[in-house]
Design a protein around this ligand. Structure first.
Ligand code: CDP
Ligand code: MG
Length: 152
């Protein structure tokens, strides 16, 4: 089992798309183990996007991500990190394949609705950035035997 961080970004919240996006992850069989609505501060934005802080476009990204509430969540499932990234599609909604979240809902390079951790190290770091350990709820969904074989 793997855990990954997702953020439903301010465009997703403002466009009233949270429910439809959450449904996609539930439909896939991923489990939510943490979830909260919050406001990203400039300080948190710089920590989260540390790899991009020096880029020319970072100031506009910071304005965007701090520009309204976001919903942060932790998803759990087999190969959850890769599965979620594949579900999101390419960074730009203009390049993302139809059928992906960004491909279906975004026409922007910046306003691409959902963040997903891009690897195991990022997932661990980002989950710790947004959630205290006690905010994550360990549970085994009763439907689990119908989502995957016992040896998977
Ligand atoms: O989110 P992802 O890992 O797919 O993309 P990234 O290259 O790590 O960039 C992080 C975020 O910065 C993107 O999801 C976009 O919202 C934003 N971005 C931007 O505003 N302008 C760019 N030229 C590239 C990315
Ligand atoms: Mg990235």
């Amino acid at each position: 089992m793997e855990r990954t961080l997702i953020l439903l970004k301010p465009d997703c919240v403002q466009r009233r798309l949270m429910g439809r996006i959450i449904s996609r992850f539930e439909d896939k069989g991923l489990s939510f183990v943490g979830m909260k609505l919050m406001q990203v501060t400039p300080e948190l934005a710089k920590q989260h996007y540390a790899e991009h802080v020096e880029k020319a476009w970072y100031p506009t990204l910071e304005s965007f991500i701090t520009g309204g509430p976001i919903m942060a969540a932790v998803l759990e499932g087999l190969e959850a990190i890769t599965v979620v990234r594949e579900m999101l599609g390419a960074t730009s909604g203009l390049k993302a394949a139809p059928g992906t979240i960004r491909g279906d809902f975004s026409s922007s390079r910046q306003m691409n609705l959902v963040h997903g951790s891009d690897g195991p190290e990022a997932a661990e770091r980002e989950i710790a950035l947004y959630f205290k350990p006690e905010e994550l709820v360990d549970h085994s969904p009763t439907i689990a035997p119908w989502l995957r074989a016992a040896d998977e």
